[in-house]
Design a protein around this ligand. Structure first.
Ligand SMILES: NC(=O)c1ccc[n+]([C@@H]2O[C@H](COP(=O)([O-])OP(=O)(O)OC[C@H]3O[C@@H](n4cnc5c(N)ncnc54)[C@H](O)[C@@H]3O)[C@@H](O)[C@H]2O)c1
Ligand SMILES: O=C(O)C[C@H](O)C(=O)O
Length: 308
């Protein structure tokens, strides 16, 4: 890709910029933030690591949303994170106001770009962007499942002692307390985890995965997770910019899949050069379908707040 803009150069934005630059996933990165001097300073700081990491990506910063002109992708990490004790939905109203301005600016200066939403609550804000922009779903999607699945895989590696490289985990649904860790589709080198772990141990991992964001918040206290989230964003950009046609869980607009439409939430999708190229519909057991339905209800409750 030629140019990627990251709007919001706080913790997740900065770490994402560094990951994209180190992997040379685009030729140019524009960092934008409302804080004066901050995106410029962050861009320069990362740029000065280029001789050490040996990347040719050029970084710059701006306080003007018009600087996203000609981007092929805009990654949105602007807004506020929740504080300990809050749910992600508690920052909806604050972050919605931020997102609307970004979409309006994109419609003017980068109307053909893809938008990758990170700001929380990510399912609802992805939906808000899709509705405001009227872009097709291949160009509007959100990051959550790659992060939640990485957390689940990390916890399985910690519990079993097996290499994390062999663990393939999958978490679907809304990015909240009702997310759906798909234990039946989670394997260690192709072997279902039930072969290695008791139901109790699996249930502990499911719970810890659902509470993964809150666990980091409660330890760190001054901010939410950013390193694993930024790595997750970079892996989605990698799949798109290198046209890998990789299956990753991501927040997508559903158009009848899983019996749902007019809602954004986490499902397995194929990422390639056109962005979100296809939603994959997995057969669900009765129990999984029920968890998925409950998660959708939770997202819909927040969507109702958008309307009114
Ligand atoms: N989807 C996920 O899985 C996931 C993971 C981690 C964080 N997040 C979310 O990402 C968001 C950012 O988290 P963070 O830790 O980087 O927060 P942060 O406070 O470090 O950074 C947010 C930045 O956004 C900037 N900002 C605010 N309004 C803006 C606007 N109108 N235009 C441009 N910039 C603006 C702020 O100045 C700040 O620098 C939060 O909403 C957080 O919950 C989501
Ligand atoms: O927990 C949060 O609020 C941030 C993010 O959604 C996460 O899961 O780390």
């Amino acid at each position: 890709m030629k140019k990627i803009t990251i709007v919001g150069s706080g913790r997740v934005g900065e770490s994402t910029a560094h990951n994209l630059a180190k992997a040379e996933l685009c030729r140019e990165i524009m960092l934008i933030d409302i804080k004066e001097g901050m995106p410029q300073g962050t861009a320069l700081d990362i740029q000065e690591s280029a001789p050490i990491f040996e990347f040719d990506t050029k970084l710059s910063g701006s306080n003007d949303l018009a600087a996203m002109a000609d981007s092929q992708m805009v990654i949105v990490t602007a807004g506020v994170p929740r504080k300990p004790g809050m749910s992600r939905s508690d920052v909806l109203d604050t972050n919605l106001a931020v997102i609307d301005g970004i979409v309006d600016a994109m419609l003017k200066v980068a109307p053909q770009a893809m938008l990758l939403m990170v700001t929380n609550p990510v399912d609802v804000l992805t939906y808000a962007v899709a509705k405001r922009s009227r872009w097709p779903r291949n160009r509007v999607f959100g990051m959550a499942g790659v992060l939640d699945s990485a957390r689940m895989a990390s916890f399985i590696a910690m519990e079993t002692g097996f290499s994390v490289k062999d663990i393939s985990a999958m978490v679907l649904g809304g990015h909240g307390d009702t997310m759906v860790p798909m234990t039946r589709y989670t394997t260690i080198n192709g072997i279902p985890i039930a072969h290695f772990m008791s139901d109790d141990r699996i249930e502990r991992i499911v719970k810890r995965t659902r509470e993964g964001g809150a666990e980091i918040l409660s330890l760190r206290k001054t901010g939410s997770a950013y390193d694993a989230p930024a790595a997750a964003v970079a892996s989605m950009v990698d799949a798109i910019s290198r046209n890998r046609r990789q299956i990753l869980p991501a927040v997508a607009m559903l158009e009848g899949e899983y019996g749902l439409e007019d809602i954004c939430m986490g499902v397995p999708v194929v990422f390639g050069e056109r962005g979100l190229e296809r939603v994959i519909e997995l057969p669900l057991s009765d129990a999984e379908a029920e968890e998925f339905r409950r998660s959708a209800e939770h997202v819909r409750a927040d969507l109702a707040r958008l309307r009114g």
